[in-house]
Design a protein around this ligand. Structure first.
Ligand code: BYC
Length: 317
């Protein structure tokens, strides 16, 4: 078979929804696109632990603390499944960390915003995990097997996260006027950054067309953003709080909610490293990496001792 036949065969498999597995032939760009996206996704999960970690010691009750801790631990787990999925493509985990710590690799823009009040834990769960679910459910059908399978488990946990966030918002909205105002303030600050999570508009997105052809992405950024708006508007109405966008209105013809202009300049500034918390987030990650050096050294020493002992045993047999 020549290269053109191999490439055609690969695309035919994708078109028939046959999964690509680690040992299958794949074009180099397909591999690189997946390493980039899965790597960014893994980093987002790990950096995403920081804004919520900020509230573990200040959660208003034991019940809230337990749920928040469990959510943050889930996110660490998601990062680990995703780093493993990237490794099946030949990516090196230490190199991925290095790229995160030096600012070469991206992670989601949303985690560069501060979490100022307890209501932000509600808004993050409701909006950020809500956006994550819209984006990630189609990824369960990603053409690359290990990524799609990791996403199935991740989505189950994300839906629990979203419900707990919505429930925090509901309790605050049914509480005192001050509590309701806190919920409204959190919605005001997290609304637009949540819309930005879906990535740049379709006419600007560099990767969407090819990623759709390869069955990595199933929908465009704008399609998923619209689904998110359509999901959240009635939920905000149920909570009795107002989305900070005067242009939100039901469009009978489109059968969707219209919404206003997103500030793309702000988005690109945050992506470039100039958001409110970019510096703080990276400092926290680098510190955690450096503080954990002794654990990695001990684990490596233990593993090599263990390997030596089992080698000696097998030589003796
Ligand atoms: N932030 O061509 P495009 C989570 C970059 S974790 C920063 O549309 P693509 C959660 C993009 O990388 C949330 N950068 O790209 C965790 C590209 O730059 P490069 C993360 C962004 O890949 C804990 C350039 O802009 N979710 O949910 O086709 C707690 C052009 O974009 C962003 C995932 O990673 C952004 N928001 O589409 C709670 C899901 N958007 O690489 C929740 C998997 C775009 O050319 N990823 N960029 O330098 C995806 O679905 C896709 O990668 C995206 C972007 C939709 C995000």
């Amino acid at each position: 078979m020549n290269v053109i036949d191999i490439e055609t065969g690969f695309q035919e498999k994708i078109d028939k929804d046959i999964r690509i597995e680690p040992r299958d032939w794949m074009p180099d760009n397909y591999r690189q696109t997946l390493i980039r996206q899965i790597g960014q996704h893994a980093h987002s999960e790990i950096v995403g632990m920081l804004p919520e970690g900020n509230w573990i010691t200040r959660a208003p009750s034991l019940k809230r603390k337990v749920a928040l801790l469990a959510k943050i631990q889930d996110e660490a787990g998601h990062g680990l499944y995703l780093y493993s999925a990237a490794e099946t493509l030949g990516a090196d985990r230490d190199q991925m960390y290095e790229e995160l710590h030096t600012g070469k690799a991206k992670y989601s823009s949303i985690f560069n915003y501060p979490t100022l009040t307890w209501a932000d834990m509600g808004a993050v769960g409701w909006l950020v995990d809500g956006a994550a679910i819209q984006n990630q459910i189609p990824l369960c059908r990603c053409s690359y097997g290990p990524y799609g399978r990791a996403m199935v488990r991740i989505c189950k946990e994300e839906s629990f996260h979203q419900r707990q966030g919505y429930e925090i918002m509901l309790v605050l909205c049914q509480g005192t006027p001050v509590q309701k105002a806190m919920a409204q303030d959190a919605l005001n600050r997290f609304w637009w950054p949540s819309l930005m999570m879906f990535g740049p508009p379709d006419d600007v997105s560099t990767h969407t067309a090819q990623s759709k052809r390869w069955g990595i992405k199933r929908f465009t950024n704008d399609e998923l953003r619209q689904r998110f708006v359509d999901m959240i508007v009635p939920q905000a109405a149920h909570l009795g709080i107002t989305i900070p966008d005067p242009d939100i209105k039901w469009n009978e013809e489109r059968q969707h909610y219209d919404y206003g202009q997103i500030n793309w300049d702000e988005f690109w500034q945050v992506v470039k490293g100039n958001g409110p918390c970019n510096k703080e987030r990276m400092e926290a990650r680098v510190k955690a990496w450096e503080d954990g050096a002794w654990v990695r050294e001990a684990a490596t020493a233990y593993a090599s001792k263990h390997t030596n002992v089992s080698n000696q045993k097998s030589q003796a047999v």
